[in-house]
Design a protein around this ligand. Structure first.
Ligand SMILES: NC(=O)c1ccc[n+]([C@@H]2O[C@H](COP(=O)([O-])OP(=O)(O)OC[C@H]3O[C@@H](n4cnc5c(N)ncnc54)[C@H](OP(=O)(O)O)[C@@H]3O)[C@@H](O)[C@H]2O)c1
Length: 183
């Protein structure tokens, strides 16, 4: 399982339930990586997507402690041919992933802050779009440079889009854990 996220210089990842920056090369990178796979997100991140709808061409798995609240969205997604599942804890998530039968490298944790922190120990890689500027964020990712099991394995070349510098970095977890399974 992989994490994929964009972060500013202070590991800020969002503000007012929106992304900090909308950078076309980053959007393309995200789509290319996740298309055809499964994306795992928190309920608030689902709500932040365009129209509050799941992403097309991917199996969308949403973590919520109140799955009833997703019923209208689940119904509408079914009608529109979008794939949306809800899970209320990690063991339901483990079961859902097993049923999807996708290889681990095609499973992506896509946010937000609560879900990144929850699933960080279970991920083996993190694809990080690092913006080389600080924004006024109100939610943050853990600083992977300070996480004992995580190492920066590839630092991408500096690129620029509309005056904003960024890099595509790759981190690896040396001790990824298995998701807990109750069954
Ligand atoms: N920079 C990036 O790459 C990136 C990517 C994605 C999102 N974001 C940003 O992140 C922000 C949203 O993050 P967030 O932390 O506020 O929300 P979030 O992680 O998207 O969702 C939090 C929700 O997930 C559910 N949840 C959390 N822990 C759970 C658990 N153990 N079991 C079951 N459900 C659980 C709860 O839903 P219920 O309340 O329904 O129970 C909780 O309210 C936004 O600003 C967004 O733009 C940034």
């Amino acid at each position: 399982m992989n994490l994929i996220f964009s972060a500013d210089a202070n590991w800020g990842i969002g503000k007012d339930n929106q992304l900090l920056f909308r950078v076309s090369p980053d959007m393309r990178h995200f789509k290319a990586k996740t298309l055809g796979g499964a994306v795992i997100m928190g309920r608030k991140t689902l709500e932040s997507l365009p129209g509050g709808k799941p992403l097309p061409g991917r199996v969308n798995i949403v973590l919520t402690r109140n799955p009833d609240s997703l019923e209208p969205c689940l119904r509408q997604s079914r009608e529109e041919g979008l794939q949306l599942w809800s899970c209320r804890d990690l063991s339901e998530l483990a079961l859902c992933l097993e049923q999807q039968g996708l290889p681990q490298e095609r499973v992506w944790v896509i946010g937000g802050a609560e879900i990144y922190r929850l699933l960080l120990p279970y991920c083996s890689q993190a694809w990080v779009t690092r913006f080389l500027a600080a924004a006024a964020a109100d939610c943050f990712m853990a600083d992977l440079d300070e996480e004992p099991d995580w190492r920066l394995v590839e630092e991408g070349e500096r690129q620029e889009w509309e005056g904003l510098g960024f890099r595509f970095d790759l981190y690896r977890n040396e001790k990824p854990r298995e998701l807990p399974c109750n069954s």
